[in-house]
Design a protein around this ligand. Structure first.
Ligand code: ATP
Ligand code: MG
Length: 554
C-alpha cells in the first residue's frame, strides 16, 4: 500500500486503537462457512482481513465457521484453504468454530447461572408469534420465569439427547421490548440430532451463529472483527454477549459486500448452477469462484489489485466486471509469455520459398527484453487466421488480399499472389511470394507495410482445442428482480474450437501457464489438457469489447 493513499475507515479505527493503546497489536480473522467454494466477493474480505494484518504487523486467523452441522463438507474446507493460499496469503492459525463447542457450552451455562438465559419449550411458530414487530414490542414467553436450577437441568438434558429436534431451545434473556428485534431474547442453542463433519455425533445441540461468532472472536483475541453490512443489527447482540460473559473485548466493524456485474455471488445460487448442470463444477471458468477465475487464467495479483482498487466502503454498489478484467490485462501484459496460435486456420503457401527448407527465427517472449527470445521455425507452408484474408480488400484493409502485402510476425513480408476455394466457396489455400531481404530485424527491402499478422508453421504446429468463454449471464444484475436468476443465463457462454493450431513450444506448457496468443487474447492451459490433446482457455480478450467506451469506438 502506498503511503500517500488516504486511510479507509477501518484503517482509521485501527490506527486510533493502536495509538491510544486500546490494543497493542491487531488480530483479524477470515471466517468462511464451509458450505461452498469461495467466490470473488470473499476475496474482498480476504484481502481486507489479511491486508490489514500485514499492514499493521498483526496476524490473521482462518476460522471455519462450521457450527451448522448439515451443510458443511470437508471438500469445501480444502478448497477454501487452497484458494486463500493461491491468493497469496498465509494464516497464522487454522481454527474451527466447532473446536469451541465445549467452551461455548460453558458460556451458555454461565449465562444461565447469571440468569441471562433460559430454556424455552415453545415451538418456533410460537416464538415467532410472540416476537412482536418492528413497531410493537414482543411478549415474554411463559417459560421466561424458569429458575436457574431448572434451566440448568433442562439444558443438560438437551445436551444429553433427551429431547427431539425443535422440542426446546435456549434463549438469551435480554428484553422483549427492545427496538432491535435481534435483542428480543434471541435463540442461542437449538437441538439438532445431526452428524457434524468434525465432531461427528458428540453433540446434538448446536450454538446459533450469533452466539458462536462473537465468542469465537473473543476466544481468539480477535481485535477487529470485520464483516459485511447485513450484520450491523447483530453488533448490539455481539457486544451484549461479550459484556455479559466478561470476555475479551473484540469489536465488530461492517463494510459493504462486493457485488459485481454479470455474476451472482451467493454460494447457494452458485451451488444451484453446479447441481443443475449449468456449469461443469465449482471451478468452471465461467464461475465467479476463485477456483473458476484461477482455472480461466486469472492471476492472484490481478484479484488483489482489483480488491485494492475497489476499496472499502460503507455503502453497497455494483462493481463492473470490466474493472477486474482491466486489472488482469495490466498484469498479464507484463507477465504472460507471448506465443502464436491460429484459431481458425487457412493454409498459406509461399511459392518462392524452397520446399523442404526450414530456418529458425527469433521471436520475443514478452513486451520487454527481460522476457528473452525463443526460436521459431519457418518454412514454405504456414497456417494463418482465416479472418486475416479478404477476397476483395475493403477500404483501409491492411491485411492480406490479392495483390496486398503484410508482414508475417517476426518473419518476412509476403505478397498475396492468388488463392483457391473449394466447391462451397470456402477459401482453402492462399498463395504468396516472399521478399528474402525483408526478414524481421534485418529488413533491407525498403518495403513499408501497414499490417502484421501471426502464423504457425504447418510442418510442426500442434493442434489444440480452444475454449472461448463469454459472460455467464445476459444481464448486468441477474439477481436484481423477482425472476429466477437462472432465466438470465447466457446459453452461449462457451464456444469450443477444436481445430486450432499453436506453435510447437507450447508442448512444454504446464497446467495454468498463461500466454498471450498474439493478436488473439490471453489464454492458459486447462487442467483437462494432455500432451496429446492440448486445451487452452481464453482468459480475456486483448481489448475490452464489452464496456460502453469500447462499444462507442468500435
Ligand atoms: P454467501 O452468501 O455467498 O454464502 P456468506 O457471507 O454466507 O456468503 P461466509 O462463508 O459466511 O459466506 O463468508 C465469509 C466471509 O466473507 C464473511 O466475513 C463475509 O462477510 C465475507 N463475504 C461473503 N460474501 C462477500 C462479498 N460479496 N463481499 C465481501 N465479503 C463477503
Ligand atoms: Mg454465511
Amino acid at each position: 500500500m502506498s503511503e500517500e493513499k488516504s486511510l479507509n475507515f477501518i484503517e482509521e479505527i485501527i490506527e486510533n486503537d493502536l495509538n491510544t493503546g486500546n490494543y497493542k497489536s491487531i488480530i483479524t480473522r477470515f471466517p468462511p462457512e464451509p458450505n461452498g467454494y469461495l467466490h470473488i466477493g470473499h476475496s474482498k474480505a480476504i484481502c481486507l482481513n489479511f491486508g490489514l494484518a500485514i499492514k499493521y504487523g498483526g496476524s490473521t486467523n482462518l476460522r471455519f465457521d462450521d457450527t451448522n452441522p448439515v451443510t458443511e463438507e470437508t471438500e469445501y474446507v480444502e478448497s477454501i484453504k487452497e484458494d486463500i493460499k493461491w491468493l497469496g496469503f498465509n494464516w497464522s492459525q487454522e481454527l474451527y468454530a466447532s473446536d469451541y463447542f465445549d467452551q461455548l457450552f460453558q458460556f451458555a451455562v454461565e449465562l444461565i447461572q447469571k440468569d441471562l438465559a433460559y430454556v424455552d419449550d415453545s415451538s418456533s411458530e410460537e416464538i415467532a408469534a410472540l416476537k412482536g414487530t418492528p413497531t410493537e414490542p414482543g411478549t415474554n414467553s411463559a417459560f421466561r420465569a424458569r429458575t436457574k436450577e431448572e434451566n440448568l437441568q433442562l439444558f443438560m438434558e438437551m445436551k444429553d439427547g433427551k429431547y427431539k429436534d425443535g422440542e426446546k431451545v435456549l434463549r438469551a434473556k435480554i428484553e422483549m421490548a427492545a427496538t432491535n428485534m435481534l435483542m428480543r431474547d434471541p435463540i442461542i442453542y437449538r437441538i439438532k440430532h445431526a452428524h457434524h463433519h468434525r465432531t461427528a455425533n458428540k453433540w446434538c445441540i448446536y450454538p446459533m451463529y450469533d452466539f458462536a461468532h462473537g465468542q469465537s472472536d473473543s476466544i481468539e483475541n480477535i481485535t477487529h472483527s470485520i464483516c459485511t453490512l447485513e450484520f450491523i443489527p447483530h453488533r448490539e447482540l455481539y457486544d451484549w454477549f461479550i459484556k455479559s460473559l466478561n470476555i475479551f473485548p473484540s469489536h465488530q466493524y461492517e463494510f459493504a459486500r462486493l457485488n459485481m456485474t454479470y455474476t451472482v455471488m451467493s454460494k447457494r445460487k452458485l451451488l444451484q448452477l453446479v447441481n443443475e448442470g449449468f456449469v461443469n463444477g465449482w471451478d468452471d471458468p465461467r464461475m465467479p469462484t476463485i477456483s473458476g477465475f484461477r482455472r480461466k487464467g486469472f492471476t492472484p495479483k490481478s484479484i488483489r489489485n482489483f480488491c485494492e482498487k475497489i476499496g472499502v466502503a460503507k455503502r453497497e454498489n455494483l462493481i463492473d466486471l470490466s474493472l477486474l478484467e482491466f486489472c488482469l490485462r495490466e498484469d498479464l501484459n507484463e507477465t504472460a509469455q507471448r506465443a502464436m496460435a491460429v484459431l481458425d486456420p487457412v493454409k498459406l503457401i509461399i511459392n518462392n520459398y524452397e520446399d523442404g527448407k526450414t530456418e529458425t527465427l527469433q521471436c520475443e517472449n514478452g513486451p520487454t527484453e527481460l522476457a528473452g527470445k525463443r526460436n521459431l521455425e519457418f518454412s514454405r507452408e504456414l497456417w494463418i487466421e482465416r479472418e486475416d484474408f479478404m477476397e476483395e480488400a475493403a477500404k483501409k484493409w491492411f491485411r492480406l488480399a490479392p495483390g496486398s502485402m503484410v508482414r508475417l510476425k517476426s518473419a518476412y513480408i509476403v505478397k498475396c499472389e492468388s488463392f483457391e476455394k473449394d466447391e462451397n466457396g470456402k477459401i482453402t489455400t492462399i498463395f504468396c511470394s516472399y521478399f528474402p531481404n525483408s526478414k524481421s530485424g534485418a529488413d533491407e527491402s525498403g518495403i513499408q507495410v501497414k499490417g502484421t499478422i501471426h502464423w504457425v508453421n504447418a510442418q510442426n504446429a500442434l493442434s489444440a482445442e480452444i475454449r472461448l468463454y463469454d459472460r455467464l449471464f445476459n444481464v448486468e444484475n441477474p439477481a436484481a428482480d423477482e425472476r429466477d436468476f437462472k432465466e438470465y443465463i447466457n446459453l452461449n457462454s462457451l464456444e469450443i474450437i477444436s481445430n486450432a493450431f499453436v506453435e510447437p513450444s507450447l508442448l512444454n506448457a504446464k497446467i495454468e501457464d498463461r500466454f498471450q496468443f498474439i493478436r488473439k487474447g490471453y489464454f492458459c492451459l486447462d487442467k483437462d489438457s494432455t500432451k496429446d490433446h492440448l486445451i487452452f482457455n481464453r482468459t480475456v480478450t486483448l481489448k475490452d469489447t464489452w464496456s460502453k467506451e469500447a462499444k462507442k469506438t468500435d
